[in-house]
Design a binder for this molecule. Structure first.
Ligand code: GDP
Length: 309
C-alpha cells in the first residue's frame, strides 16, 4: 500500500460521509480534511461554521442521522425561547450545538484562529484526524439571484434555496491566505488529493478559490481524484441539481467534472453516471448509506488514486 498524506476537500453533508470513510481506513497522520468556510456566518452574535461542524459531529459520531444535520440527542429550549421573545429562529440552533458556537466565538474574540479553535474542539470530542478550515481569513459565499445579492445562509436556510441562482461570489477570498498546515502538507509527500462528493459551486469552489491553493494542489504531484455528487442523474441531497440547472449546466457527473477541468486526474462515478465523462474514470457504488459503504468508497478512491500515481 502507498503511504503519504491524503488531503480531502470537503463541504458538509456529502463530503463528511466520504471524510468519515477515509478516517476509518487511514491513520490520523495520513489524512488532512480541508473544510469549506464560505458558508460561515455570524448569527445572534455567534461565529457559526456549518461545514466544520458537520465534519466534527460526523467524525465524532455525534451527528443526527435522521435529521441529516446537527447533533444527535439534541434539545431545542433555546430556539423555543428565542422565538417566544421575537428573536430570529430561522436558523435552527439546538442547545448542544449552541454550546459549541458560544465557545468558538469566545475563543475567536480572545484571539485564537479558527484553526486553533477547531483543532482543540475536535480533539476534545475524540477526533484524532485533522479537520482544518480552508483559510483562517474570512471568506463569505454570496448568491446573486434575480432579486439581487443574498448572504449564503439567507439563501440556503432562510429562503430554502428557492431563489434562482445566477452567479456566486466568495467575498474576501482575494485576500484570504490558505490554511498554513495545508500549504506545508501540499509541499511534502502527498499520496492523493480527494475532492469529496460535495456541492461543487458552494463547497469545493470556495476552497479552490483561495489564492495559491489550486496551484499548490496542481503542483503537489499527487493524483487529484473527485467523487461525483451526482448519483443516478440526481443530486443525493440539497440544491446541487437545482443550481446546475439554473447555471445552465446539464445535471450530470460529466458537467461536474468539466467544472473541475484540468485539476482532475481521475473521477469516481456511480454505475449509470459515466456517460460523457472524459479522462480516467472509475465506476463504483457511490451512494453512502451505511458505515460500510463509506469505508468501501474510501478504499476504492484510494486504490484508484494509487493506480494513477
Ligand atoms: P453541504 O455543505 O452540507 O451542502 O454538503 P456538501 O456540499 O458536502 O454535500 C452536498 C452534496 O453531497 C450534494 O450534491 C449531494 O448530491 C452529495 N451527496 C450527499 N450524499 C451523497 C452520497 O452518499 N454519495 C454521493 N456520491 N454524493 C452524495
Amino acid at each position: 500500500m502507498n503511504r503519504g498524506l491524503v488531503v480531502a476537500l470537503s463541504g458538509g453533508v456529502g463530503g463528511a460521509k466520504l471524510a468519515l470513510g477515509l478516517s476509518r481506513v487511514l491513520p490520523p497522520d495520513e489524512l488532512l480534511i480541508v473544510a469549506n468556510t464560505g458558508d460561515d456566518f455570524e448569527h445572534l452574535g455567534l461565529d457559526i461554521s456549518p461545514d466544520i461542524d458537520t465534519l466534527t459531529y460526523v467524525l465524532a459520531g455525534l451527528d443526527n442521522i435522521e435529521q441529516g444535520w446537527g447533533r444527535r440527542d439534541e434539545t431545542w429550549s433555546f430556539m423555543a425561547t428565542i422565538a417566544s421573545v421575537g428573536g430570529a429562529d430561522w436558523f435552527r440552533l439546538g442547545d448542544r450545538d449552541l454550546a459549541l458556537h458560544v465557545e468558538r466565538t469566545r475563543r475567536r474574540h480572545a484571539g485564537e484562529t479558527l484553526t486553533q479553535v477547531t483543532a482543540d474542539i475536535t480533539r476534545r470530542l475524540g477526533i484524532e484526524h485533522r479537520i482544518r478550515p480552508m483559510s483562517d481569513d474570512r471568506v463569505r459565499t454570496r448568491v446573486l439571484s434575480d432579486g439581487g445579492w443574498l448572504d449564503f445562509q439567507d439563501y440556503f436556510v432562510r429562503q430554502q434555496c428557492r431563489p434562482v441562482v445566477r452567479k456566486l461570489a466568495f467575498d474576501g477570498v482575494a485576500t484570504a491566505r490558505p490554511q498554513p498546515e495545508l500549504m506545508t502538507a501540499l509541499a511534502d509527500r502527498v499520496r492523493a488529493v480527494v475532492i469529496c462528493p460535495s456541492n461543487p459551486f458552494i463547497s469545493i469552489e470556495p476552497i479552490l478559490a483561495v489564492p495559491g491553493l489550486r496551484a499548490a494542489i496542481e503542483g503537489c504531484g499527487a493524483p487529484v481524484v473527485a467523487v461525483s455528487p451526482i448519483v443516478d442523474g440526481k443530486a443525493v441531497k440539497g440544491p446541487t441539481a437545482k443550481m446546475m440547472q439554473e447555471l445552465g449546466l446539464a445535471v450530470t457527473s460529466a458537467s461536474v467534472a468539466e467544472r473541475y477541468g484540468d485539476l482532475l486526474d481521475g473521477y469516481v462515478v456511480d454505475r449509470d453516471d459515466a456517460r460523457g465523462v472524459r479522462g480516467k474514470v472509475h465506476v463504483a457504488p457511490t451512494l453512502m448509506t451505511t458505515p460500510a459503504d463509506k469505508e468501501a468508497l474510501a478504499r476504492a478512491v484510494l486504490a484508484f488514486a494509487d493506480q494513477l500515481s
